[in-house]
Write a protein that binds this ligand. Structure first.
Ligand code: UDP
Length: 312
């Protein structure tokens, strides 16, 4: 049994991570400042033995009393809509927040796990993206606030690893979806599902030929735990290599929800990556991990959950 600190605990991935850690018998101290997280994601954990929640912004100095075996840094706005609305907070949590949580891990002699992102590859010129690819990021474009914060976070994590000999893990997360995606979070899966379920037009940005590779949350969390428990520092891509155009996703959403919504086309956001697909050879070989939930099945489960949320 371990005592684990999870930042971003009330967020989409953070809350699922808390569930998985508690289920295997770990104690969890969940930290969140609730700017994009929501207590409804963890309300079922209040009163569960071994779970503690602390409302705090980890961009400010963070301290947790008692022993800590691992610090998992998941706090950050992650939807382009959110990080474009909160550019400075996004830069701060990726930089200062990473520095503070690394400091906590160092002080406690704990393992550190960074939730990094496929956005470190930017609009990639190598496809699919292996971990060895350095990326193609516009530092001064609007998405730079997220991409560069996460790139800095990786650099800072590796500096603590090399200079302080801290035990670290870096996961590069690709588009992930599932229950607890905020209905209004602006990302493509939540937008399309909510639009389809409420009979509104599905808003495809650009011509819809850009691609993404979508991983169901249960697969993603299993990948995180495999990396956390392994002896591999990473960075390691944790994502589903099944690649779809945005237009194909829209059509699949209409199909699984049995929706009569139409598809409309809207302008493509600035610096929107044209392709994205993880090369997961490393995760397969070193962790024995790969995703198993097909997009159709995952979308069906997510639609069922969203339909219940929308009813309320
Ligand atoms: N997108 C879209 N319609 C929407 C929301 C997003 O066509 O209502 C597109 C977006 O332009 C991008 C892809 O879907 O090409 C994925 O966008 P998302 O915001 O989910 O995350 P990203 O992968 O860009 O970080």
């Amino acid at each position: 049994m371990s005592r684990v600190v999870v930042t971003g605990a009330a967020g989409f991935l953070g809350s699922h991570l808390c569930d998985a850690l508690l289920a295997r018998g770990d104690e969890v101290v969940g930290i969140d400042n609730l700017v994009t997280g929501d207590l409804s994601n963890i309300e079922h954990l209040f009163g569960v033995p071994g779970f503690t929640y602390v409302k705090h912004d980890v961009s400010s100095y963070v301290w947790v009393p008692g022993p800590v075996d691992a610090v998992l840094h998941f706090a950050s706005p992650a939807s382009p809509k959110d990080y474009l609305e909160m550019p400075i907070q996004t830069l701060k949590v990726g930089s200062l927040g990473t520095h503070n949580t690394l400091g906590l891990a160092k002080e406690k002699g704990a393992r550190f796990f960074l939730a990094s992102t496929s956005e470190v590859y930017g609009d990639p010129q190598v496809h699919p993206q292996p971990e060895t690819y350095w990326g193609h990021v516009n530092p001064v474009g609007p998405r730079g606030v997220y991409d560069e914060a996460k790139r800095f976070a990786e650099a800072m994590t590796m500096a603590y690893h090399r200079y302080h000999r801290l035990d670290v893990r870096i996961a590069r997360i690709f588009n992930t979806y599932g229950p607890r995606l905020r209905p209004g979070d602006g990302r493509v899966v939540s937008n399309f599902l909510v639009q389809a379920l409420t009979g509104k037009p599905l808003t495809v940005y650009g011509d819809g030929r850009q691609t993404r590779s979508f991983c169901y949350v249960d697969d993603e969390i299993r990948g995180f735990l495999a990396l956390l428990d392994s002896e591999h520092t990473g960075p390691m891509n944790i994502g589903n290599p099944g690649e779809f155009t945005v237009l194909a996703l829209a059509e699949l959403v209409l199909d699984v929800t049995n929706s009569g919504s139409e598809i409309v086309f809207e302008p493509l956001p600035v610096d929107d990556p044209t392709v994205r697909q993880p090369d997961i050879s490393q995760a397969r070989r070193l962790l024995g991990w790969e995703p198993v939930v097909e997009l159709r099945e995952g979308l069906t489960r997510t639609a069922e959950w969203l339909a219940r949320v929308l009813e309320r």
